[in-house]
Unconditional design. Structure first.
Length: 111
């Protein structure tokens, strides 16, 4: 592992510890960076507001939730629970660094 990779992982882990939330997928529980829509998105004119359904996301490091991306890539809708919300994960992308993953989904149900 290069020096940059070591610093990158340390910075990401520190961010997860300070700003992260606990997420559960199956029997795995990990800290993730959780983003949920809290501002309405204006569509059209006047007072018509909606949320984008896939605006929920979690960001995690490569050794977290191993197998999630492969499963979603095969068409399986996986479920992750975070902050009392159950998310139906529809897409997982790898960020440009190759070590950070972002799982996008929609609110499935509140727990």
């Amino acid at each position: 592992m290069s020096l940059f990779d070591t610093y990158q992982e340390a910075a990401f882990r520190a961010s997860e510890t300070v700003f992260g939330d606990v997420a559960t997928w199956g029997n795995q529980t990990e800290n993730v960076l959780y983003n949920c829509p809290n501002n309405p998105i204006n569509l059209g004119e006047a007072d018509r507001y909606i949320y984008r359904p896939y605006n929920y996301s979690i960001e995690y490091f490569e050794d977290t939730f191993i197998g999630l991306k492969d499963s979603v890539d095969q068409g399986v809708i996986e479920h992750i629970t975070v902050k009392g919300n159950r998310l139906a994960i529809r897409e997982v992308v790898v960020k440009y660094d190759g070590k950070t993953y972002v799982a996008f989904g929609e609110l499935d149900e509140e727990i």
